[in-house]
Structure formats: C-alpha cells, structure tokens
Ligand binder design. Structure first.
Ligand SMILES: C[S@@+](CC[C@H](N)C(=O)[O-])C[C@H]1O[C@@H](n2cnc3c(N)ncnc32)[C@H](O)[C@@H]1O
Length: 293
C-alpha cells in the first residue's frame, strides 16, 4: 500500500468554524500551537496569512514542514510544548492576530504502533507525544501508588472502576504480565465487570495519555498567558476533546473577560455538524470555544 500523505492522514477538525472565528488572510499573523500535520495551518497559509506553528512532536513537525513546503516563506516552525512556547512568546511581548490550539493527540500519533499509544500496540506502553514528557506510561504506572493511579483513571478517564482497574494494573506489573498496549487492554477487560458498549480500557488509555503528557497542566499554563499573546482585536480558538479541558477553557476565558483582559468569549461551544460527523468521526467529541481581545 502507498504511504498516506499528511493530508490523507488527518482531516482538520471544525475547520470552517476555525476560519470563521480566526479570519486568516493577508496581513494576519496566526499562532498555531498544535501544528500536528498542518491541516489548519495549511488553510491559514492558503488564505495568505503568516503562521508560527508549534508542536512538541518531532514527527509531526517534519510532516507539517513537508506538507507546508509550498508556503515556506510564510511559515516558522517552533519545537517544544505550547505552554513553554506561549510563556516565552508572552515574556518577549510577541502578539498575534489569531491563536489556535487543537488539543490532544493526532491520528498520526494514535495510529503509529511504534509510539505505544494504542490498545493494539505490541511494544512497551510509551504514550509520550514528544518534548517535555519526563516518563513513559509504564514508568508512570510503576512510580504511582495504586491509589494515585486510581485517582488518575477516575479523574481523567472519568471511569468509575478506577480503583478496581488500578489494583489489577499494579498486580499485573508485579507479576510481569503487563508491558504492552494489548496486555493493558486485556488486564482491564478482565478487571471490569459486565458488558460495556465501548472497550472498557478506552478511558484508562485516555487517562494515562493525559497524565504522561501533562495535558491539563499544559492547557492551564497556556490559558494563563493567552490574553497577552493576542494583539488588540486578536482572536483565539481552542478545540478540546475532553470535558475537563472544555470546562477549563470555558471558565478561564470567562474569568479573563471579567478581569477586562479579553473583550468577549463564546457562550456556547461550537460542535461539528452532521456532514463533518459523517466524514470525520474524531470530530464527535470536539468542542470549540473562541475569544476576542
Ligand atoms: C490534534 S493534533 C493537531 C492537528 C492539526 N490542527 C492539524 O490540522 O493537522 C494535536 C497536535 O498537537 C500536539 N500537541 C499536543 N499537546 C501539545 C503541547 N502541550 N505542546 C505542543 N504540542 C502539542 C501533538 O503533538 C499533535 O501533533
């Protein structure tokens, strides 16, 4: 089979809403904090905007650079986490007309078995997106107590069987039965009672990924400096896939409006319409919130 191009690998989520709210065009400087495979940025560049793109994943940066090569003179790519980069840019007084954060993992990361994200992975569980992740999922599991692990599964996986799953995981590690994604999925299936509509390990995989990559901490740090990154009249759009992320975005933007640091923020999240849902299943849990300085 021919290798798939970046454009085929990933459809940018809520692209029309992103364009409506960020208004890319000539003279507009966009900061894309989650460059990924460059889907959103390609649309910004094609509209004539300049883009500064950030990603913590070297593989994503390479693919995006390849895909966006026709626009190389409008594009700068920065390596690192968006929290570190946003804080550094804000400290140096950099301001942008449009800021985008399309949170979470990309299909590139999830689908690549060598990255150790998925339930089908036959290699040691890793789940690091790239820069700024001190430990793999296995190292995290081994460092945490059973109770701390249960807390993570319960909070970030929103799984009521967190205690039971954490106990089974710790035991399986002790007995050297757990190393890969496939084995983790099996340990969880055996630990969770009854029949579930989704595989019972989905939530735990999500929770571990969020913990390994410090995703909520990254988002908090970004939200804290977001108003400083926006030029007067500048706009930001944040797309989240997890209720805790969406709640953090909603409250933090509202607080900034109340404090007079932002002019306006969205009341309701924008979600995918039926056509997008049919074309791109990943859009089902996407929520976009916007703000205006
Ligand atoms: C959902 S994808 C973005 C897809 C992109 N909008 C597109 O259209 O191709 C998320 C990307 O953000 C990156 N990412 C996630 N969290 C990050 C963080 N804290 N700092 C930097 N990059 C991050 C991931 O490595 C991944 O490539």
């Amino acid at each position: 089979m021919e290798p798939r191009s970046p454009a085929e690998l990933h459809l940018p989520v809520l692209l029309t809403a992103v364009q409506t709210h960020l208004r890319p065009g000539p003279g507009v400087h966009c900061l894309d904090l989650t460059l990924g495979m460059g889907g959103h940025s390609e649309a910004f560049l094609a509209a004539g905007a300049r883009v500064t793109g950030v990603d913590r994943d070297p593989a994503a940066r390479d693919l995006a650079a390849q895909r966006l090569a026709p626009y190389a003179d409008q594009l700068q790519i920065i390596a690192g986490t968006f929290a570190d980069t946003a804080e550094a840019l804000a400290a140096e007084g950099a301001q942008f007309d449009a800021v985008l954060a399309d949170l979470g993992v990309s299909s590139l990361q999830l689908d690549d078995a060598d990255r150790g994200f998925s339930m089908r992975t036959e290699i040691a569980l890793d789940m690091r997106m790239g820069d700024g992740c001190p430990e793999t999922a296995l190292e995290l599991i081994d460092r945490l107590s059973e109770l701390e692990l249960a807390q993570i599964i319960w909070t970030w996986g929103e799984d009521r069987f967190g205690r039971r799953i954490a106990k089974a995981i710790k035991l399986a590690r002790q007995e050297r039965r757990l190393n890969t994604g496939v084995e983790l999925a099996e340990v969880i299936r055996a630990a969770v009672p009854g029949h579930q509509p989704r595989h019972p390990a989905v939530r735990t995989f999500q929770a571990l990924r969020i913990a390994v990559n410090g995703e909520l901490d990254q988002l908090d740090r970004l939200l804290a400096v977001l108003p400083k990154l926006l030029a007067p009249g500048g706009r930001a759009a944040l797309i989240s896939f997890h209720s805790l992320e969406d709640r953090a975005v909603k409250h933090r933007l509202r607080d900034h409006v109340t404090a007079g640091l932002l002019g306006e923020s969205s009341r309701k999240p924008v979600i995918a319409d039926e056509a997008e849902l049919a074309a791109n299943p990943r859009s089902a849990s996407a929520k976009l919130r916007w703000c205006l300085r």
